[in-house]
Design a protein around this ligand. Structure first.
Ligand SMILES: Cc1ncc(COP(=O)(O)O)c(C=O)c1O
Length: 402
């Protein structure tokens, strides 16, 4: 009998999933690699790259979680606790006037990231005729990875400065609409901070009902707005064909808790409910109790907005002083800055030398070239420190460098 040690060809495990070996590097992994290569060791890192707030989670939310940790732990249920679904439903009504039935229209998720990733698995037949997922870009990268892993076909639509960085449905040909299973909308938008108005939202929803596709409306930044006032939700145009995604990560500084919810068309919520036991993404009960406290309170969200408004003002003034233009940036904690010399990667590399991490627009998809995204998530003191460091920056086109 031949031993396996003499037959190395046969003992090699089969190939890994091609999407894991195709050479694509997650943008923030690449950025971190570059930071390590370039950063002058005299500087501590100030990270405006990933949208991970450095603000404290309000104490009453932390206390709610601590009080909920049980002595005996059980598997949580996919549908979540009735108290959480009720709190989410009440928030939708307070925030948008949208009425939902917590039993059929609302489902907790472990942060919207996994919901974004898992949605195409629930609503697309990988062998069907309708398997296009429309992704306006630049974009949150998970729209694409969820689409590809689910065996669907991404169709990228670069957003444009002349459209105010808002999705313009007129740029999609009819033969694409006819094969579309899912459209991703993200308003307020990461990375540009653009916001769809009620008319633009209504147009999208009308198209979804005309052509027969799902709209997944990622509204992760719903509560981070400034002078423009509270952005509307796609759910305000009715739940049919629409699912909205909402998170505590940004409004309540709770990225580490992994807690959000999805709400909308009962048919898609039901499909998600059936799919979700497979990847096992039910939210732990003690996280749900913290989430109930967070969704039931709006005062702390106003405090978060005030924190970002102050940082935003600081940077807008500094950019104006330097002649650096900001586009869109109406809501969210992002500023979408046009790079003076046009090469976003080179500009970001100059900042990395100073320990300042920002994201090149081109890392976030077609259309982002020539722009840099600043996530105003470091503390106010760090923001001031970063601005002081900018005086060391050697970039043509900056008033300082001339
Ligand atoms: C547009 C967008 N959607 C979803 C998420 C995921 O947020 P979370 O999983 O923390 O809810 C993010 C995170 O940055 C985001 O920018």
């Amino acid at each position: 009998m031949a031993t396996s040690s003499t037959n190395t060809a046969n003992s090699t495990p089969g190939p890994l999933h091609p999407l894991l070996t195709g050479g694509g590097e997650y943008p923030f992994v690449k950025l971190e690699r570059k930071r390590k290569e370039l950063q002058d060791p005299q500087y501590a890192t100030i990270n405006f790259g990933m949208g991970d707030p450095r603000e404290e989670t309000p104490a009453f939310i932390r206390e709610a979680m601590k009080a909920a940790v049980p002595a005996v732990s059980s598997y949580p249920a996919t549908i979540g606790k009735a108290s959480l679904r009720a709190a989410c439903s009440a928030w939708l009504q307070r925030r948008y006037g949208v009425v939902t039935d917590p039993e059929v229209h609302v489902l907790p998720v472990n942060g919207t990231k996994e919901a974004v990733y898992n949605t195409p698995f629930a609503c697309i037949d990988p062998a069907g005729a309708k398997r296009i997922v429309i992704i306006p870009t630049p974009a949150y990268p998970v729209y694409e990875s969820g689409t590809r892993f689910a065996g669907a076909e991404p169709y990228f639509v670069p957003l444009r400065s002349e459209d105010g960085w808002r999705f313009n449905p007129a740029r999609i040909p009819d033969d694409v609409w006819a094969r579309t299973a899912l459209l991703w909308i993200n308003s307020p938008h990461n990375p540009t901070g653009s916001v769809l108005d009620m008319g633009q939202g209504a147009a999208v929803v009308t198209l979804a009902r005309k052509w027969g596709f799902w709209v997944a409306s990622d509204e992760a930044y719903a509560d981070l707005y400034f002078d423009g006032g509270p952005p509307s939700s796609l759910l305000q145009h009715g739940l049919e064909n629409v699912i909205g995604m909402f998170t505590l990560s940004k409004r309540s500084a709770m990225t580490g808790y992994r807690s959000g919810f999805i709400a909308g068309d009962a048919r898609l919520i039901d499909a998600m409910r059936k799919h979700r036991p497979h990847p096992g993404v039910a939210t732990p009960d003690f996280i749900q109790d913290a989430a109930v406290a967070a969704w039931n309170d709006d005062a702390h969200t106003a405090d978060q907005r005030a924190i970002y408004a102050r940082k935003r003002e600081l940077f807008l003034q500094e950019f104006a002083r330097r002649g650096w233009q900001v586009e869109a940036s109406e809501a969210t904690f992002y500023l979408w800055m046009r790079v003076p010399e046009g090469d976003d990667e080179a500009f970001v590399e100059q900042l990395l030398k100073l320990g300042i991490v920002t994201t090149p627009g081109s890392y976030l998809g077609p259309g982002g070239e020539g722009f840099v995204r600043w996530a105003l998530v470091p503390t106010f003191a760090q923001c001031e420190e970063a601005i002081a460091r900018l005086s060391q920056l050697q970039v043509a086109g900056s008033k300082e460098a001339k």
